[in-house]
Design a protein around this ligand. Structure first.
Ligand code: ACO
Length: 452
């Protein structure tokens, strides 16, 4: 049995860690059954420390058990840094606030994927390539005729992205950097088309071809809302709001869907297959589905007469099983920097549309009541990114089932960046966790006529 674990910086010299951007920081001692084992401690560029347990099993015969990976670093990564206590989120070293103000989503996608901000020429070439890959293979459009009308757009998105590997077999080789790059551009260019088509299918409207003269977000809104029989003008405030929302969702280090993309990719499955798995992971209400859950909660409060205080009180009662959706965060315990950024967009859109929607009144009241309530103040429960994003999408007229698909569009460059980073790592291994078996011991087989 392990009896003690402590770091001992003065103990045996720690070997240089194999991960770029990390350094050795002494050894951690672990005593098991009277024998002391030394495990290297490594430290990252922002001072995060970890015990390297790569040799734990070979040295001790033991494994670690950590359900939900709450204490487990699955990788080192140079893509995103976040500090939940201080409300910091940075992509490739740049604060999210700066990127949201100075870049559009395509530029941020370039930064995440290629590791550096693009030059003017690089950005132009990137935009141009994305614009010229926006259509999906004509035969894929027939899929939309076969999906049930009420299919969830996340189910369609996951299926169609997986099917890209059947239509674009010329870019599946994970060891050929040029083929990977072609797949990256195809995915970024085609996911908005795939997403918009799933909405058109659900409301029985014709699928709108992409327009390559429009920006990334304008084109998506056009495909989502335009119909062939009249001109559709994209509202620049909607474009700006969508652009910012995609930026703030673009990466969030080793979350469930990103870890899924890495896990699937670690077997050398192609990029389309890996991203399709990420979309499935994101679909769940505990992950990307929370903004939908938030709007559904607001709808419930409206339908129940709009008594905000009743629901705030309900959320405070432990046995009610009810929580205020869109409040609190596992990592951000002071404030969610993404929520802070999009709150102003939310306020601006609500003021602009001046459409009476009781749901918006309820959202504003809920925010005010909860922020002034001791229960929420003491537990540091602030509105999170899902609270405002749900309200913004609703204000833009985007149906609630599409919210998680928009999250997937935003998260796509992050997934891709992590998939590439994993493949480029000199220490890459197939992900294959272990387990502690807790089932039956060896049993004697009983023939079926003797069971009873
Ligand atoms: N409403 C009411 N009480 C809450 C809420 C909430 N939304 N969130 C947390 N609490 C309370 C808990 O009951 C607990 O109270 P206690 O200390 O008296 O027992 C305390 O605050 C701490 O809560 P935990 O569940 O321990 O916090 P944790 O970090 O595990 O949970 C989570 C974070 C899951 C996000 C939680 O706040 C929650 O369920 N929020 C609502 C769902 C939501 O909005 N999810 C989206 C997150 S953002 C994103 O995924 C992009």
């Amino acid at each position: 049995m392990p009896s003690s674990t402590q770091t001992s910086p003065s103990a045996p010299a720690a070997p240089a860690p194999p991960w770029p951007g990390t350094r050795a920081d002494g050894m951690a001692g672990l005593e098991i059954g009277g024998t002391r084992h030394e495990l290297p401690v490594i430290v990252g560029t922002e001072g995060e420390r970890a015990i390297d347990i790569a040799k734990l099993r070979s040295q001790t015969g033991l494994i670690t058990l950590d359900e939900g990976y709450v204490n487990t670093g699955s990788t080192t990564s140079a893509i995103t840094f976040l500090d939940g206590e201080q409300g910091i989120l940075r992509y490739r070293g740049y604060p999210i606030e700066v990127l949201a103000e100075k870049c559009d989503f395509v530029e941020v996608a370039y930064l995440l994927i290629y590791g550096q901000l693009p030059t003017t020429e690089e950005l132009h070439a990137f935009r141009s390539s994305l614009s010229h890959h926006t259509m999906i293979h004509e035969d894929m459009r027939s899929f939309y005729g076969a999906f049930p009308r009420d299919a969830h757009p996340m189910a369609i998105a996951g299926s169609v992205v997986g099917a890209l590997s059947t239509f674009y077999q010329d870019s599946l080789d994970v060891r050929d950097p040029r083929q990977v790059e072609v797949s990256v551009h195809r995915l970024l260019a085609k996911l908005p088309t795939i997403a918009a088509y799933s909405h058109k299918k659900s409301c029985g409207q014709p699928l709108m071809y992409p327009r390559n003269d429009l920006s990334y977000c304008e084109n998506f809104l056009h495909m989502l809302f335009a119909v062939p029989c009249e001109e559709y003008r994209v509202d620049p405030d909607f474009t700006e709001a969508l652009d910012t929302l995609l930026i703030v969702h673009a990466d969030h280090e080793q979350n469930c869907s990103t870890s899924t993309v890495r896990m699937v990719g670690s077997s050398d499955a192609n990029l389309f297959a890996s991203i399709s798995a990420g979309i499935s992971a994101l679909w769940g209400p505990l992950h990307g589905g929370a903004n939908q859950a938030c709007v559904e909660m607001l709808e419930r409060i409206v339908a129940d007469g709009g008594d905000v205080k009743k629901y705030v009180d309900l959320a405070k009662k432990k046995d009610s099983g009810f929580r205020l959706m869109g409040f609190g965060h596992r990592v951000y315990k002071n404030y969610d920097p993404r929520a802070k950024l999009i709150k102003s967009i939310c306020d601006k859109l609500l003021a602009k549309i001046a459409r009476h929607d009781p749901l918006f009144d309820i959202a504003q009241q809920l925010e005010e009541v909860a922020l002034a309530d001791d229960y929420f103040i003491e537990r540091k429960l602030y509105p999170n990114v899902d609270f405002y994003s749900g309200v913004i999408y609703r204000a833009m007229g985007i149906p609630v089932q599409m919210f998680t698909v928009l999250f997937a569009m935003g998260r796509l460059p992050g997934w891709i960046a992590h998939w590439i980073e994993m493949h480029q790592s000199p220490t890459k291994k197939i992900c294959r966790p272990r387990q502690v078996y807790s089932g039956e011991n060896l049993r004697e087989f009983v023939p079926i006529n003797q069971r009873g």
